[in-house]
Write a protein of this length. Sequence first.
Length: 132
Amino acid sequence: MSKDTWRPVEPARTLGAKERAMLTVLLAEPFHGADALRRQAELVKVNEECTCGCGSIGLIVDRHPDLHADVRLRIPVEGRSILPAKDGASIEVLLHVVDGHMNELEVVPYTAAVHFPDPQLISVWVKDEGRE
């Protein structure tokens, strides 16, 4: 997680509609470990929120062996806004996976004007070229 300040969410909460939609978009493409990450997405909870307003969230999911995702990269998939922010900057959304489990949905706005992007305006980039 970045150097921003993180606020614990206690008890951990379910994903909001926009957060869930973003995970659905990011996990729609096939890649190594995506099936397990889709199963995790059904159960994942938010245990931290970034306080800068970007919309980044810490994720927690049961460490059951059946849910372990055999991903090769810490960030196997990411999204980028299709339409730029009003000042011409883009927004990226990165799914962090640590030890086979979702850990963070990081929103990187390259502008101060935009926060959590619209999932319908995201172009997905699968970084892990190994297909399922």
